[in-house]
Design a protein around this ligand. Structure first.
Ligand code: ANZ
Ligand code: ZN
Length: 846
């Protein structure tokens, strides 16, 4: 009987489903919650999914075997733009497109044999999930976690829609190609910035997270210490006696040569009302998106207002007030002082507009003239920790680090009353309003009499209308003839619904909590949430290291505050693992003009095309349709079986690194699994016990256990290869051999669960292996009773001997003396010295 995964895998999957093997239940066992980041239903699963879900499955099956009650759910991150784009491009409805894709992908996932509790499956676009998310929104609103304010957005004037920063490419809308503008809109915000400090400091406690992810989060939250200081105006419009400025480099104050205001600064607003020139300039500034990158790379634009401020440390020095396009209103105070000598942007600005460039400090040892000359060439921006020579330090001229100079500057400003030290965060409130159809409606109503009022809980869910069209730009909810019209939940008068929907990051910020009680008629059921939370192991891609995880951490806190999660769930993910990508070689030839022509892997054999043309190979490339280096997991599973795909994914590289998919590797994996199958099938010999084999098996138990616990799946695989070799060589008789085969099957079960069931059955295992538990290593079997001792002769390692661990010294000495190499060196003489360090080394001086 050959190894035939095509029938066996389906058979085992049915057996597990019939037995309800993976239904998560609350019981007396300790619980374990393993979660992989849920997929977006794009239409097909890809190799990255296979790798991600296989890793999660190894953990889930391993923990289950170890006696945990395991929760391992699956769902769909189902709202978002691609569904609407598909509707615009191909017609049809986003809902049909999405649920169609989910059905397809579920059918592609199921053959992988993942140990998922499918009874908990949901999609974030399900009416029920929408209802619970809206209930959460209302609770958050009640708890002061949500606010409504005006903010600038990227506006696509052709598609008439707000764009996320990622959708602005080189200042243009990613679909329309139109130049993106800035626009002010009233929007809904989650008040995540209230939690900046806590989200930052709590990172220290996340010992189960990769350091790089914690660092990325810390940088994103961006805590900085600076000075908020006041400049008195000498000549300015009424009501503007002072201008407040925020700086993180107060030590450069003596080099300040201008003030710059954001185009949205109140002073600028006042000016533009009266001065068409200013108004036109402000308009011009708006024609750049809101991305940091767009603002950073746009040419610096400025307009001198003609007004001036007094320098706080030099009353005779008057600095001009400019309006500058690179100053943001929603950071700091929306006003800066420019120190061109030590800031990239200020330097560009000063050079363009002929403003003075005065150095505050130079390289260590420089004079003021030298420092000025250095700054004239370009901004001098050393690390704050570096010692530099201050040439215009307001605390005099001195060698100092930037850090200590900043501290001194803050102290000076506080002592003299012109400013105060402040801590700021880069993290802004999370704007969640999207002018899109395919998202969760924001459950609020606009009433002429009452203003903006939350929808009553009894009226939830507010569901999307089904009869919408995508043939015009803009939000279909705005155009819908009747959907908006409703009555005010407070006064009953006619009112209009909010037509904004929620950012899809909201959906993925609490799905892990919903999995604990996916059918509850409240966002969570506390008994379930208390039992299952936290996620013990979360697994996903590094691309979600910042926003998704930060939003989830905020949401968990908000759900604790609103009573939907226990206090202990503030940090919802105890451990996080970020896996590498699945890559594949790219094959290409060149056309006459040297441009690349890509070829499918199946068209390339032995480094060339069918006609013999050699191909260029780019190794380890991200899979991409345009480069034709995509491998479809559906084909792999169809030709080799799921276990081969799973085994290969785990075997070749450490999980955190990229793995390169190769046809040869897949074949080798398949060959190995076939060999394991044959080993189990072979008729038992009539040999007796083989203690060495038994010992190998127990060592494999210990090491595979350790490797899986440490996410070193490739090491676990390597141990299993060794064990299979040992079984192949052993002369052990039926009973002993089968016992070891059963151990191997147990060790392989998390990785290749179907084959493991077959081997288990053939080797006389009772019931299904999925219920067999995890084998325990017998400690007595782990002690190695022999050791290898290296022999050094005259200080050089020349030979080694294998001795019993507890062999007495004199016996070892006798063995050493009898060793051939030692005899050769001694040439018949007695050694001058012979030192045995038991268990370590033997030294011979000839
Ligand atoms: C004077 C100065 C001198 C600055 C110098 C930098 C270098 P981080 O560190 O990222 O927090 N800034 C302040 N508010 C701003 C705004 N609304 N829009 C644009 N830029 C703003 O950045 C703080 C620095 O960014 C501040 O320190 C300020 O410029 C600028 F040699 O003040 B600095
Ligand atoms: Zn009302």
């Amino acid at each position: 009987m050959p190894y035939d995964p095509s029938t066996a895998e389906a058979r085992w999957q049915k057996a597990w489903a019939d037995a309800g093997s993976f239904t998560a239940v609350r019981d007396a066992r300790p619980k374990y919650y393993v979660l992989e980041m849920f997929p977006y239903p794009s239409g097909r699963i890809h190799m990255g999914h296979v790798r991600n879900y296989t890793m999660g499955d190894v953990v889930a099956r391993f923990k289950r075997a170890q006696g945990f009650s395991v929760l391992h759910p699956m769902g769909w991150d189902a709202f978002g733009m691609p569904a609407e784009n598909a509707a615009m491009e191909q017609g049809g409805h986003p809902r049909d497109w999405t649920y169609g894709n989910i059905a397809t992908m579920r059918e592609q996932l199921k053959p992988l044999g993942l140990s998922i509790d499918w009874s908990r499956e949901f999609a974030t676009c399900d009416d029920d999930y929408v209802a619970q998310q809206q209930a959460l929104f209302l609770d958050f609103l009640d708890a002061g976690l949500i606010t409504r304010k005006s903010a600038q957005v990227n506006w696509d004037p052709v598609d008439m829609t707000v764009l996320a920063n990622e959708q602005v490419i080189d200042g243009k809308g990613w679909r329309s190609g139109a130049a993106v503008e800035r626009k002010e809109l009233t929007q809904w915000f989650f008040r995540i910035s209230d939690y900046s400090d806590e989200l930052l400091s709590a990172l220290d406690g996340l010992s189960g997270w990769p350091d790089k992810v914690r660092l990325m989060q810390a940088n994103w939250i961006g805590k900085s210490r600076g000075l908020q200081l006041r400049f008195e105006t000498v000549f300015a419009p009424e009501d503007f006696a002072e201008i407040e400025v925020y700086t993180t480099r107060p030590d450069t104050l003596m080099g300040a040569s201008f003030l710059a205001l954001s185009p949205d600064h109140p002073l600028v607003r006042a000016l533009s009302a009266a001065d068409p020139g200013v108004a036109a300039f402000v308009e011009e500034c708006r024609r750049v998106g809101t991305t940091e990158e767009a603002i950073e790379t746009a040419p610096k634009l400025g307009l001198d207002t003609g007004f001036k401020v007094r320098h706080p440390l030099d009353a005779d020095l008057h600095l001009p007030i400019w309006i500058a396009n690179f100053v943001l209103m929603d950071y700091g105070t929306g006003a800066i002082f420019g120190s061109p000598a030590h800031d990239e942007r200020d330097h560009e600005f000063a050079t363009k507009y002929g403003l003075p460039i005065r150095a505050t400090f130079g390289e260590a040892g420089m004079t003021r003239e030298q420092a000025d000359a250095l700054a004239a060439k370009g901004p001098y921006v050393p690390m704050k920790s570096e010692t530099v020579t201050y040439v215009r330090g307001f605390a005099g001229e001195a060698d100092q680090t930037g850090e200590s100079a900043v501290d001194a500057a803050i102290a000076h400003a506080e002592a003299h009353g012109y400013g105060k030290g402040v801590t700021r965060f880069r993290l802004r409130d999370w704007g969640i309003s999207r002018q899109r159809y395919w998202g969760c409606p924001i459950p609020v109503v606009h009433c002429d009499a009452c203003g903006t009022v939350p929808e009553a809980k009894a009226n939830l869910p507010v569901l999307l209308p089904k009869d919408v069209s995508f043939d015009q730009p803009g939000n279909p909810l705005d155009r819908h003839p009747s959907w908006r019209r409703t009555s005010c939940p407070t006064c009953g008068a006619a009112a209009l619904r909010e037509t904004d929907t929620m950012d899809t990051f909201v959906d993925s910020s609490w799905y892990y909590a919903r999995f604990t009680s996916p059918h509850a008629d409240t966002p969570t059921n506390r008994a379930d949430a208390d039992y299952w939370m936290n996620v013990d192991q979360y697994i996903g891609g590094i691309e979600h290291a910042i926003l998704h995880l930060l939003y989830s951490r905020f949401f968990a806190r908000a759900m604790v505050k609103t009573g939907h999660l226990p206090d202990s769930a503030k940090e919802p993910f105890d451990a996080l693992f970020t896996q590498g990508m699945v890559t594949h070689e790219i094959y290409l030839t060149r056309d006459q003009r040297g441009r690349p022509v890509y070829h499918l892997p199946e068209d390339v054999t032995d480094g060339g095309l069918a006609d013999g043309t050699p191909v260029e190979v780019i190794p380890s490339a991200k899979m991409s349709k345009s480069k034709k280096n995509v491998v479809d997991p559906v084909n792999i599973v169809a030709s080799f079986g799921a276990d081969t795909a799973r085994w290969f994914m785990l075997s070749d590289s450490p999980p955190e690194r990229d793995v390169e998919w190769t046809a040869a590797g897949a074949e080798a994996a398949h060959k190995f699994l076939s060999r394991v199958f044959r080993l189990a099938e072979e008729a038992p010999t009539d040999g007796g016990d083989d203690p060495d084999l038994t010992r190998s098996a127990h060592r494999a138990i210990a090491e595979v256990t350790k490797s899986i616990e440490g996410f070193a799946f490739n090491k676990a695989v390597a141990r299993i290869y060794e064990l299979a070799n040992a079984i192949g060589k052993s002369k052990a008789g039926g009973v002993a051999r089968r016992a070891v085969l059963r151990i191997m099957a147990q060790l392989m079960a998390p990785m290749v669960p179907h084959l493991a069931e077959d081997v288990w059955a053939m080797a006389g295992g009772e019931g299904m292996i999925v219920d067999a538990g995890w084998p325990r290593a017998d400690p007595a079997m782990l002690v190695d009773d022999t050791v290898i001792l290296p022999i050094q002769i005259n200080g050089k390692r020349r030979a080694e001997i294998s001795v019993a661990r507890d062999m007495p010294k004199d016996q070892i000495e006798a063995l050493v003396m009898a060793d051939e190499t030692v005899q050769r060196f001694l040439e018949g003489a007695a050694p001058k010295k012979l030192i045995v360090v038991p268990g370590r080394i033997v030294n011979v001086v000839a």
